[in-house]
Design a protein around this ligand. Sequence first.
Ligand SMILES: Cc1ncc(COP(=O)(O)O)c(C=O)c1O
Length: 396
Amino acid sequence: MGKLIYLDNGATAWPKPDNVHQAMSDFYRNFGVNPGRSGYDLAIEAEQTVSKCRKQLTEFFNGDDPERLVFAYNATDALNQVIQGVLCHQGGHAITTNLEHNSVIRPLWHLLQRSDIDVTFLPFDKDGFIDPDDIRRAIRPDTKLVITNHGSNVIGTCQPIAEFGKICKERDVFFAVDASQTAGVIPIDMKAMNIDAVCFTGHKSLMGPTGIGGICVAEDAVIMGTRWGGTGVKSALRFHLEEYPYRLEAGTLNTMGIAGLLAGQEFIESRGGPEAIHKYEMELMQKLWEGIKDVDRVNLYCAESLENHIPVLSMNVEGFEATNTGTLLDVEYDIATRTGLHCAPLVHEQMGTDKIKGTVRFSMGPFNTEEHIDTAIKAVKEIVQMSKGWTRSLNY
Ligand SMILES: Cc1ncc(COP(=O)(O)O)c(C=O)c1O
């Protein structure tokens, strides 16, 4: 890893655990054939890896049935399938929030342009949380979908999804959760939380590779298929199969990604499970927060307290655009962060940070250390000093 300090785990977890590299390589070398299409031994072995991963992830989310754990390319793909699969065939009203990533905003926006649907975007409060009562009030007789972020990829706040789920259950509205930032660090119990669909991505806290994600679909949740093709079974039929997992899967699966995702689960277990990883990462987050929160001219966003947060912290140095701070962190200190709008423009519009080109985001992972955070704190303090001389020329 050299001397790079990687604090951009919100974009993707990096580095990946050794066992993930190993499992992917072993799988592809030994069983890299197409599963579910043939009866020879290798194909059966490959299918077993896929089935095992479906089973483990279903248990992980406390879903109902491993067959209803469907694989997608990533969270974006999973969210598109849920949004279109719930709304396309029936129209109606959807409720979402200003905290969403573009992988929720854009599918909804495109449906808004093309079809007869309506969308309500709920604002968050000053601390970055959605009031469950706002969801309750926003539900109308024609509301078909509530879709919310679990952990914000910009401000790190973690929403009370169990409360959202309870309201949706009472009002018989489909409840979908974007768990991109939380799956692997915050336990999600679909049954206890009344969630109809959890959309996840493999490459963040689930510690797997890119190119794999999916949806865990509850037993009685209805999502129509929105793409069709080969499944390897019942090939004579003109129609795509309605049964799971085929209903939402078409074409050859990313089996190597699935093998990596399965190994990611093993890594999480080896570190004591999601709660233990979260605890470790939040200790680093706390250290960073304490180190910079009182520094003059450092602005933190929705971080008065770190309760109900994931290890994602957005900040700016007053007078500096986010990119200036990010570039200095990179060039002068070898610290990788993410700057800008983080694909979540409504968060910034609500906070006013869209006018200063977003924020600098620090996001911690299981391979970060206290030394990394010490360096980041020192860097931020020095950048504040540097910025004093530069602010006038930057003109804001
Ligand atoms: C909250 C949230 N939702 C969705 C996504 C999309 O994930 P992917 O790029 O893996 O599809 C991200 C990625 O950053 C995210 O942070």
